[in-house]
Design a protein around this ligand. Structure first.
Ligand code: DCP
Ligand code: MG
Ligand code: MN
Length: 366
């Protein structure tokens, strides 16, 4: 598919975005509701700034941008005038710094990071040295070994180069496979945090992609493309599998380790999976919310009706003046429609069923 590279042109407010992102990262590891709101509010401002075509020069300029609040506008001015943001210094306390460093390790969430800090760990070295009797699982050990690589985003071109090695290897196993790159790459971003690959296969000829992922992973290890596994698929679900691992461009001196994810789904879920795996996560969240409001449920398998309501929990009140016939019909309808698939084969079907005008992947940012 076409990849409009809307983010490739230089952004006139890049320095402001960098500082706001830095502050946002610090709030991400803090526990209060207020911090969560700040993260959300900064992400709105950052998105708005990314698409703002002109350099911001004044408080008025900043406040006029949709999504930028008054307090953020003041911060923007501080960054423009001083090149810095005092709030970063203020928020960057020892605990926040340490916890934020720890959550940069693959497989470490805020809870684990906070626990390690409480046990006395202040640096990654402390963790490795067993301070506070901290134990690491295999994924976390790999996360530490390649900490810097895995915390840097790759240029779009590198994701493309790696994918273009992988796709033909997959098609050699089965030429009828659907193998596409999803996530930030499909949205046309100029840099990617990882490589997300969706695999499925039309089963009209009676065959499926069962067993393909296992074979593919083996070949990719042999080719030196996959270097470490982080989470292997659950092979008890033959058509629906998730893999997390690490890859790199083989035969390139100094090539960095990159995160890679595979998702396989049944052909009937292709549209649901494309929509989910293209993201971004905020766009997905708003689509799910909309689906729920309409009494539907949206996930990577597709759009379903009836699953949000549990008919058994419905209490019948006799004083609300609804006829018994209607209540019976309503309950039957709920029961009959439990898990009823509304749309899943194509993304277009799902947009249509939700009454949302079509949005190209690069437009799917909220
Ligand atoms: N996704 C989601 N909710 C999550 C995680 C993922 O809806 N909590 C979906 C939307 C994402 C897609 O999966 O776009 C891929 O997940 P990534 O974490 O790889 O995110 P991106 O590819 O969008 O960004 P990045 O460049 O950071 O990898
Ligand atoms: Mg990604
Ligand atoms: Mn991913």
């Amino acid at each position: 598919c076409k990849q409009p590279n809307q983010n490739v042109k230089p952004c006139p407010n890049e320095d402001i975005i960098r500082k706001l992102e830095e502050l946002q990262e610090l709030h991400k590891v803090k526990p209060t509701e207020d911090d969560h709101w700040r993260v959300y509010s900064y992400s709105k401002s950052i998105r708005a700034l990314r698409t703002h075509p002109k350099r911001i020069k004044s408080l008025e300029d900043a406040q006029k941008i949709q999504g930028v609040g008054k307090k953020t506008a003041q911060k923007i001015i501080e960054i423009i005038e001083t090149g810095d943001l005092q709030r970063i210094v203020y928020e960057n306390t020892e605990d926040v710094k340490a916890i934020s460093t720890f959550t940069g390790i693959y497989g470490v969430g805020i809870q684990t990071a906070t626990m390690w800090y409480a046990r006395g760990c202040r640096t990654v070295e402390d963790i490795c040295n067993g301070v506070g009797d901290v134990k690491l699982n295999d994924g976390q050990k790999i996360g530490i070994e390649f900490y810097d690589d895995l915390n840097s985003r790759m240029p779009r071109e590198e994701a493309k180069a790696i994918f273009e090695l992988i796709k033909p290897i997959a098609l050699r196993i089965d030429p009828k496979l659907f193998v596409e790159i999803m996530g930030s790459f499909r949205r046309g971003k100029s840099d990617c945090g990882d490589i997300d690959i969706l695999i499925t296969r039309c089963s009209d000829d009676g065959r499926t992609h069962e067993g393909i992922l296992k074979a593919l992973l083996e070949k990719l290890h042999l080719a030196g493309i996959l270097t470490e596994d982080l989470a292997l698929p659950d092979y008890s679900k033959p058509l629906e599998a998730v893999y997390h691992g690490i890859c790199r461009l083989p035969d390139v001196h100094g090539a960095r380790r990159r995160r890679i994810d595979f998702l396989t789904v049944p052909w009937s879920s292709k549209g649901g999976a494309l929509l989910y795996y293209t993201g971004d996560d905020m766009f997905n969240r708003s689509m799910r919310l909309l689906a729920n409001k309409m009494g539907y449920s949206l996930n990577q398998r597709g759009l379903y009706a009836g699953v949000v309501r549990d008919p058994r929990n419905r209490t019948v009140k006799s004083n609300i003046g609804i006829s018994i016939t209607f209540l019976l019909w309503w309950n039957c309808a709920s029961i009959l429609s439990t898990g009823n698939l509304i749309a899943s084969e194509t993304e277009e079907q799902i947009f249509k069923a939700l009454g949302v005008p079509w949005r190209e992947p690069h437009e799917r940012v909220t």
